[in-house]
Structures are given as C-alpha cells and as structure tokens.
Write a protein that binds this ligand. Structure first.
Ligand SMILES: C[S@@+](CC[C@H](N)C(=O)[O-])C[C@H]1O[C@@H](n2cnc3c(N)ncnc32)[C@H](O)[C@@H]1O
Length: 339
C-alpha cells in the first residue's frame, strides 16, 4: 500500500508523504497542495471529517478539481476548499480513484503481440475499459536506435502512445489480433456518460495535459466500439468471464494498477485462480503488489531503476519494469529468452 492510501496514517503525515514521494517530479501543483495541507491543521481537520479511507490526497484533490478548483498556489486552494467543502466532501464519499490510463497499453503491447493470436482480452479492474483497446492505438517507441512505430491494421489512430523503450524489447511487427474484449470492475465507468468522463479527467494530475488530451481521444475510440464491463469483484467474476471468451482464441487476463486495492488474502486468491484458469496472465503492477513476481526479480538479479516502477509479468515471470503511466518500458535481459 502506498503511504497516501494508508488509512492508518495521520492526515498531515499522509499528505507530507504524498508531496515528497508521489507528487514530487510529477505535479508541482499537487506537491505544493499536499505539503500545504501537511502544514495546515485547519485544512487537515476539514479532510478528517471524511472516513480514513477517503482522506487520500489523490481523491480529495480530484474531487476539488471536479468541482472547479484551479491549479495554483496553496493559499488560494485552501480558501477555495473551505468555501466548497460540502461538494468536495460529497464527491469524495461517492467516488473512488479509478484513473484509466490508456498509455499503459504501451507497456502491455509487446507482450500481447508475442502471444499466439487471435486474442480474447479480459481486463480485471478495467475502470472505463480504455486499456482494452491496445490494437486500436498507435505506438511510438523511442529507442537508442530511433523510433519504432506501430499502427492499427486499419490505419493511423487518433491515439498515439509515446514510450521510451530500453533493453531487448520484442518489438512487434504487427498488431495483435483481438477478437473479443471485456472487463470487470467494482464500479464500471461509462464512456458515454459525460459525468464519468469528467471524473476521469479530474483524476488526471493538473500538469499532465498530454494525458488529458489522450483521455478524450481514447474515449472516442471506446465510444465507437462499445464493450461490456461486468460489475463486480474480480475474484468473483473472473472465472465466468474467462469461460465466456471464445474458446478458439488465446484468453489473456490482464490488469494494471489494480491489485494494490486488494488485501493480501484477496491477492493470493486471485493468483491461485490465475494459476488454474485456461488463460494467460499479464500483470502490470507496483513492485510489492505480487510478492512472488518481486521474488523472481530478485532471483534473476534484476534491479528496478526507481521504487515507483511497475513490474510487467506474464504467468508470474517478470518481463519488464514499466513507468506507472506507460511512458517508459525497460525489458529485462532475463526475459529475452522467453520471446
Ligand atoms: C487505478 S484504476 C486502473 C484502471 C485501469 N486498469 C488502468 O490501468 O487504467 C483501478 C480500478 O480497479 C478497480 N478495482 C479495484 N478493486 C477491484 C476489485 N476487487 N474488483 C474489481 N475491480 C476492482 C477500481 O474500481 C478501479 O476502476
């Protein structure tokens, strides 16, 4: 669990950790807002009116931005929050952090393309399902030897994902063929519902303009090709969804930035399910989230560049370190032999 999502931690400490560990280098605005809250007992007391699991900076700041808080200095934000607390409180209570980042497809694509097709995709923790369209986006992998482009089979996409790629990445020559796609989420968001899309927008950190533009373009892609996102817990629904996938396709169950929301028992349950389902298991999660994968990384003598890197793994075997929003991919030398 990240410090900022740890409900046991006092608010000031939680916001300080968020400022220094998660926001620094990612959002100057959120760094200053979170550091401001940490030093401001009045605002922290306001936030403490929320239940502990709802006090996380990402949720409170997103709710504020959903209601129109402008990115700017802390003093202005603190005044705005005091004036608009009832709306922010209500939204924090009814919403959750469900960032849907199609950029993560850049981390998934080489592994998906290396599997025997056609593919049936099942995403657990799909949010609005924007990562279920990896074959509908374009890719620009920036390598030491130049740019490797990949475009959808039917022509250029309005969504092009840039990703710095290092190591022996098995760059695909062509898109994987996806014949079926579906998701599961505790609270599926609907790309046709403007308020859901506005919430997804508010979840994007203020300075990340490129991600905001990409979200809008990916929503248009998803609107053109609707898919089903089953409402429910991934542990309860994954088996039946895999059973519904076409039997002549390779079923790939995948997830990115999801298992951190589960407790240890639920993660173990999911890993056990994946070990026996007739499906490949592609995971892109924080380093401590799947201990067996992290242990394998250690056995292989690999070292992440940063503590915030995710690990991409296939059927429990680590493949790459990835930047959490898919901006970079470092393929492991030890994974080369598997492709
Ligand atoms: C941070 S979002 C990531 C969404 C998407 N995978 C992506 O990378 O863009 C995590 C999603 O997992 C969902 N989620 C969390 N726990 C879940 C569970 N036990 N079962 C199903 N979905 C869950 C949340 O509702 C949320 O939409």
């Amino acid at each position: 669990m990240r410090a900022s999502t740890n409900p046991q931690m006092p608010t000031a400490e939680r916001y300080r950790m968020f400022a220094e560990v998660e926001a620094r280098g990612m959002s100057a605005c959120y760094e200053s807002w979170a550091a401001g809250v940490a030093d401001d007992p009045g605002t922290a007391a306001l936030i403490d009116q929320l239940p502990p699991e709802k006090r996380q900076p990402n949720l409170v700041f997103s709710s504020a931005r959903f209601h129109g808080a402008d990115a700017g200095d802390y003093a202005t934000f603190a005044r705005w929050l005091a004036d608009h607390w009832p709306e922010v409180e209500a939204t924090s209570l009814t919403h959750a952090t469900q960032t849907n980042e199609p950029g993560r497809c850049a981390a998934l694509l080489p592994a998906l393309a290396a599997l025997r097709g056609p593919l049936a995709l099942v995403e657990v923790g799909a949010s609005a399902g924007l990562c279920l369209y990896p074959d509908r986006y374009g890719y620009r992998y920036h390598t030491d030897d130049g740019i490797r482009m990949l475009e959808p089979a039917d022509g250029p996409s309005t969504v092009v994902l840039d990703c710095d790629a290092t190591g022996p990445v098995p760059f695909p020559e062509r898109m994987p063929e996806v014949v079926w796609r579906a998701g599961i989420d505790l609270n599926p968001l609907d790309v046709d519902n403007e308020r859901d899309v506005a919430w997804l927008d508010a979840l994007i950190w203020p300075e990340h303009t490129d991600r905001r533009e990409r979200l809008r373009a990916a929503v248009e892609v998803a609107r053109r090709e609707p898919l089903e996102i089953v409402l429910g817990d991934l542990n309860e629904k994954v088996e039946e969804l895999v059973a519904r996938a076409p039997q002549d396709a390779t079923v790939v169950v995948f997830h990115t930035a999801v298992l951190l929301y589960l407790d240890d028992a639920a993660r173990d349950h999911f890993s056990e399910t994946m070990s026996r389902l007739p499906a490949r298991w592609l995971a892109n999660e924080g380093q401590t989230v799947i201990p067996d994968v992290m242990n394998r990384v250690g056995e292989l003598g690999e070292e992440p560049t940063s503590t915030t890197d995710f690990i991409l793994s296939l059927d429990g075997e680590p493949l790459a370190f990835t930047q959490p929003h898919g901006r970079a991919l470092r393929w492991l030398a030890s994974a080369q032999a598997r492709f």
